[in-house]
Design a protein around this ligand. Sequence first.
Ligand code: 6PG
Length: 248
Amino acid sequence: MANKVWINNSIEDLNKAAAANIADILSKAVRLRGAANLALSGGSTPMGLYQTLSQDYYRELIPWNKIHFFWGDERCVPPDHPESNYKQALDHLLSHIPAILENIHRIKGELGPDEAVSDYIQVLSGFAQGKYPWPVFDVTLMGMGEDGHTASLFPGTVEPLETVTPVIQVNAAYQDRPSRRITLTAAVFNSSRNIIFLVTGEKKAKTLEIALSDRRDPVNFPVQRIKPTHGNTIWYLDSEAAKFLKER
Ligand code: 6PG
């Protein structure tokens, strides 16, 4: 399936391009299947994209009342905590669009890791699709850390559980962010129809070059574990993040 890279100098234009693509995919999915599944990411990068998607134009264009919202990962904090990925999406997107409350399926980080994991496995199983005991996401939004982590899949080890269960708990220090986290596993991400990576800034340039190279090192660069089995991957990059990428 397609693996595309989209590079733009301006982050604003990058967000516009990603938003237009997401709108297109979600609208088509709703036309085809009556509803669509969107998995959101955390981190600071998607904030501008969320704001773009909440503008009037996309509010009209996207059938938000038919979209189910999930998260790729969450920190073990309450939903009103400034480090909550849910809160970020709520503040910058969900509270500005006509989303349906029952269609917002957040990871309940405040329950603590064990309970939050079993709760989310249960939630996902309510949307089992085909052979998967979890929903197939029409769009999965993902970011990448400077160390090559994505969602909360961090470098160093592949937890044995990671290959057998859709949701795991993780303890990982990154910048000053909460270290106790819950994440979907690569198999869930890889069943997505479309994965959209948004990566910006010079600090990520070296890691990005490795991430997109043929040098396979998925243990140390977890972002390389993300390869949808049947879906597309689209990388939205600013020129700073993309500065070590060769002409492709
Ligand atoms: C999280 C994430 C994480 C994030 C990267 C990039 O909850 O922290 O989902 O994987 O996407 O750390 O974060 P920035 O966008 O802030 O660089």
